[in-house]
Design a protein. Structure first.
Length: 298
């Protein structure tokens, strides 16, 4: 039952040469925006004394995770648009699988923690400074990283136990659990159920917590002044937009057994490239404090 496959071939988003060249330019541009935009937010939050609230503390880590998350998949995808030999070693494939789930799951937890922060700030403003201390925020971020690591270890160990004896063509632009399960030369039904339960449970439970947080926030806003409502909705609006952009595609991919990989890889572009690229724009365009700090930094 040992694996005899030493490398995999990533078929990518398209096999059309002309489309690949166009995609190279587009995704290289996207990746440069992801790194530059998120790095700018990290530097701005670190260097600005005004941006020292928990919201910006979490935003800094969210931006850092976005850079790492995209860097796991995007550089390989971009390079493969130009080369004939689109191979990735078995070890490289498993490392990519680990990275995708590690940073992806960490981002889910950080987004959930950010929703909790908004809930405390709006619904329990008098207790905010005592509940959301720097130590508590640090513990929440560490818990997010540890949760992402544990989830990723489970997904990776389940996949590495499977035998791969050919074919070795992955109908995707990065190594993920579902494409690899389809290539395993053994019955993967039980592993598939565990994988879906693991990913689906995390995604769904975090999404339910997020929805409940914002339902409570919206209900509590009725008793506030129109100025308070406007300010609260302004800070929450950015977060809600990012949550929808990230959780929508993630839920579609990981909450069900995969049957159509060509559809899956198109949807995966949203949470691996589009959302990390839009995060800096969403958080800066709607936030005067961040824009002011950036102007000062410049």
């Amino acid at each position: 039952n040992a694996s005899c496959v030493k490398e995999f071939i990533l078929l990518g988003l398209s096999e059309n040469q002309r489309v690949q060249k166009i995609c190279f330019v587009i995704f290289l541009f996207f990746y440069m925006i992801i790194v530059a935009g998120n790095l700018l937010i990290v530097i701005t939050v670190i260097s600005s004394q005004r941006l020292n609230s928990p919201m910006y503390f979490f935003l800094r880590y969210l931006s850092f995770v976005d850079i790492c998350y995209s860097s796991v998949t995007a550089p390989k995808m971009i390079a493969n648009f130009l080369v004939e030999n689109k191979t990735i070693s078995f070890v490289g494939c498993i490392a990519q699988l680990f990275g995708v789930h590690f940073f992806g799951c960490t981002e889910i937890f950080i987004l959930t923690v950010m929703a909790y922060d908004r809930y405390i700030a709006i619904c329990r403003p008098l207790h905010y400074t005592t509940l959301m201390t720097r130590r508590v925020c640090g513990q929440m971020v560490i818990a997010s990283w540890v949760g992402g690591f544990v989830h990723s270890v489970v997904q990776t160990l389940l996949t590495t136990q499977l035998p791969f004896c050919g074919p070795n063509k992955i109908d995707h632009y990065f190594c993920d659990v579902h494409p690899l399960l389809q290539l395993a030369c053994t019955d993967t039904y039980a592993v598939g159920v565990i994988v879906v339960a693991n990913s689906g449970m995390i995604t769904l439970s975090c999404f339910i917590i997020l929805v409940m947080s914002y339902v409570v926030i919206l209900v509590s806003l009725k008793s506030q002044t129109s100025e308070g409502q406007r300010k609260a909705l302004s800070t929450c609006g950015s977060h809600i937009t990012v949550v929808i952009l990230f959780f929508g595609p993630c839920t579609f991919i990981y909450i069900r057994p995969s049957s159509n990989l060509s559809a899956d890889k198109s949807v995966a572009v949203f949470y691996t490239v589009i959302t990390p690229m839009l995060n800096p724009l969403i958080y800066t365009l709607r936030n005067e404090e961040v824009k002011s700090a950036m102007r000062k930094l410049w």
